[in-house]
Design a protein around this ligand. Structure first.
Ligand code: NAD
Length: 328
């Protein structure tokens, strides 16, 4: 059996080869993303796997169908960059990895929140300018005196609730899906209450029509002036221009963003800074904002788990079995 993997990052390679050896499968890899053009690299393979956020269009699935390939195992949670209907049309079963290490993403969100809460970026900006003073605007709140509001509490939001709860924070959650297992760590409430009462607001929903721009100008106006917004989920959950306006107007205190609505085209690429989007540059220049290039997942455990779960799914489907991670 032969499986071809797209979007392979350097630390995945040894895990890919070790999995191939253990399962008697030849694993081919490329760092290139799956596109209509790179789909042809899978010629001669029995199955495929991809990782990345660039949109995958119908031509890629049609090429796989021509090669006799019946599945595409996505090595990540989100399938919003896939055209699920087009995949089905070409007989391609898509699988995702719904949970590879929710703690990886949860911990990055908490890390950014703590950094912002203690104004570390602002201290660093002052010190770089030879200013070693501080003032009332930079005083902090201890985390155990904070109210943290989660919007979405599935795998990652749930892990986030557990961490903040262990740190002594009061944790509120807005999620239309109630999970009794999270009761020890959080109190479920409505979106309005989360927006109005939270010192830290952390987004953990998928990108859906109901969640696109869930944080818009109106939502930002409801937040406390000391509120910190954390988005480790999908850039499109936030109206970026409204966020910039709210930060400039000091309607909220800061933002930690691992994902941006327009990140495809520069995240995971090398690009002259001047050619990056202006809204990114504006956010990145603010000492009370952290932007990271969609790396919240990037821990050794998460990468290994994601690769192994996806390739197990690919092998099962090639072997004619069903995968419980099928999304179509
Ligand atoms: P999940 O499916 O386990 O949980 C999502 C939760 O959101 C569910 O409980 C669902 O009921 C809830 N939800 C759906 N619609 C909602 C709405 N309108 N309002 C409030 N809650 C709503 O997903 P997950 O694995 O926890 O992933 C969460 C997000 O994190 C996704 O957007 C995913 O793509 C993203 N993610 C980012 C990274 C990264 O590296 N930054 C890595 C993995 C996942």
């Amino acid at each position: 059996m032969k499986i071809f993997c797209y979007g392979v990052i350097d630390i995945e390679e040894p895990y890919a080869q070790a999995w191939g050896k253990a399962n008697n499968v030849e694993v081919g890899t490329t760092s290139e993303a799956l596109t209509a053009d790179t789909a042809k690299l899978a010629k001669g393979y029995d199955g495929v796997s991809s990782k990345g956020i660039a949109p995958v269009t119908e031509e890629a699935y049609a090429t796989f169908e021509k090669f006799g390939i019946k599945q595409l195992a996505v090595r990540q949670v989100g399938v919003d960059n896939q055209d699920v209907a087009a995949a089905s049309k070409h007989g391609i079963t898509l699988t995702n990895v719904a949970s590879y290490s929710p703690r990886a993403i949860a911990e990055m969100g908490v890390t950014q929140a703590m950094y912002l809460l203690r104004h570390i970026g602002e201290y660093q900006a002052r010190m770089a300018a030879g200013n070693f003073t501080w003032d009332a605007s930079m005083s902090s709140t201890e985390i155990f005196n904070c109210t943290v509001g989660l919007i979405g509490a599935g795998h990652i939001g749930g892990a986030t609730a557990q961490i903040y709860s262990a740190l002594g924070a009061k944790v509120l959650t807005y999620d239309p899906f109630y999970d009794a297992g999270l009761e020890p760590y959080t109190t479920y409430t409505d979106l309005e209450t989360v927006l109005k009462e939270s010192d830290i607001i952390s987004l953990h929903t998928p990108l859906l029509p109901s969640t696109k721009n869930i944080i818009d100008a109106a939502a930002l106006k409801k937040m406390k002036p000391n509120a910190i917004l954390i988005n480790m989920a999908r850039g499109e959950l936030v109206d970026t221009q409204a966020l910039i306006d709210a930060l400039k107007a000091k309607e909220i205190a800061g933002a930690g963003l691992d994902t941006l609505a327009n990140e495809v085209g520069f995240f995971r690429l090398e690009k002259p800074y001047a050619e990056t989007p202006k809204d990114f540059q504006e956010l990145n220049a603010m000492p009370n904002v952290i932007v990271t290039p969609h790396v919240a997942f990037f821990t050794k455990l998460a990468v290994k788990n994601g690769l192994e779960i996806a390739l197990n799914d690919a092998k099962d489907i090639i072997d004619g079995k069903k995968s419980r991670h099928a999304v179509n």
